[in-house]
Ligand binder design. Structure first.
Ligand SMILES: CC(C)(COP(=O)(O)OP(=O)(O)OC[C@H]1O[C@@H](n2cnc3c(N)ncnc32)[C@H](O)[C@@H]1OP(=O)(O)O)[C@@H](O)C(=O)NCCC(=O)NCCS
Length: 325
């Protein structure tokens, strides 16, 4: 078995890489669609903007049997963790291939001046014991939740909408936020910052508009419902209906500003969103969302609305110094 760097993959190597991804997916589909060949081509040939990548493969008898992609966000030596993804064909596991690829990626990581690495994995899969034996620890859990709209009685949604707190009103818009609410929405987006590990530029009116324009450009529909008092956005929720799979909508941000919490504004805006979607986009059949495992309030709101827990995903982190190799 050889481990090779695939920094400039040929067409044949891309096909073999894709075959490994398909074999791993077939073994544990976990509800996700199988990767499409074009996605693999795009992933291998073009790193995301502002990021570079190193690719490695384990080859046996001329066939790729395991692959590893190391993403390196930012400039070399940037004080940001790398991101690793390793996939080993089911028939070739527990023979040290994953460990060999991790060691190779660790050299790439250290060579780029990084001090740590992250991995996104699903709870209950072999990835957990694999990472834990190699110095990784869990830094974040995310519960995947799904709401089947057919399971939510319209009368219950109507009752929740009618039970909104006094002194607030509901407003809604599709796409870019109306100018009168842009700054207030940016302030409310800041309220997300204390709920989750928050990275990136602070929210301002321009960034809020840019995010909406990006969704528009993809052809997807962004729907926002906000609870406002005067010119203040006290809370809001966003849903994106993808152009290619409109039956499965994605929950984007939901937040209630700290001084307006405890008045059931979170469930109010979400119920109003369900009512609006039903009228406006009847083809939406389910909504998917992820909640941080320690975000008990948001989990409670979602479960009260009827969201069912699906899989738990976890983010693991390791210091480069603790990795094999
Ligand atoms: C996780 C994965 C990469 C491990 O690959 P692998 O080649 O089987 O791993 P290794 O043989 O190097 O295993 C090293 C050690 O990890 C632990 N380990 C790996 N798989 C395990 C399992 N199913 N159960 C318990 N321990 C396991 C063991 O301690 C193992 O050592 P041992 O075999 O001597 O007991 C592979 O199962 C896989 O491709 N899973 C699907 C994709 C995925 O989740 N990738 C993780 C993203 S980083």
């Amino acid at each position: 078995m050889d481990v090779i760097a695939v920094d400039d993959p040929t067409d044949a190597q891309i096909r073999q890489w894709h075959a490994v991804l398909l074999a791993v997916h077939a073994d544990d589909p976990a509800g996700d669609p199988a990767p499409e060949p074009e996605q693999t081509v795009a992933r291998l040939l073009g790193a995301e903007q502002g990021s570079r990548q190193r690719l490695f493969a384990a080859v046996e008898g001329g066939e790729m049997v395991a692959v590893a992609a190391l993403r390196l966000p930012g400039e070399p030596g940037a004080d940001r963790p790398g991101e690793i993804d390793i996939r080993v064909r089911p028939g070739h596991r527990r023979r040290g291939l994953g460990t060999r690829l991790l060691a190779e990626a660790a050299r790439g990581l250290r060579g780029d001046g990084r001090s740590s690495v992250l991995a996104q994995v699903t709870a209950g899969t072999p990835a957990i014991p694999f990472l834990e034996t190699h110095g990784f620890h869990c830094v974040l859990t995310l519960s995947g939740l799904q709401l089947d709209l057919a399971d939510v009685p319209p009368e219950r949604v109507a009752a929740l909408v009618a039970a909104g707190p006094p002194g607030y009103e509901l407003v809604r818009w599709r796409g870019v936020v109306p100018d009168e609410y842009a700054a207030a929405l940016a302030r409310a987006k800041h309220a997300m910052a204390d709920m989750s590990a928050y990275e990136g530029a602070p929210w301002d009116a321009d960034r809020v508009r840019e995010m909406a324009e990006m969704v528009n450009k993809r052809g997807d529909g962004l729907y926002t419902v906000a609870a406002v008092r005067g010119t203040t956005v006290a809370g809001f929720t966003e849903i994106v209906v993808p152009a290619d799979t409109p039956e499965c909508a994605a929950q984007y941000d939901t937040a209630v500003v700290p001084e307006h919490r405890g008045r059931r504004i979170g469930i109010w805006v979400k119920a109003a969103m369900l009512e609006w979607l039903r009228a406006e986009r009847p083809e939406v059949r389910e909504i998917e969302t992820d909640n941080a495992g320690d975000n008990v309030h948001m989990l409670a709101v979602n479960e009260e609305l009827g969201f069912q827990r699906q899989r738990e995903s976890r983010e693991y982190q390791a210091a480069a110094a603790d990795l094999p190799g």
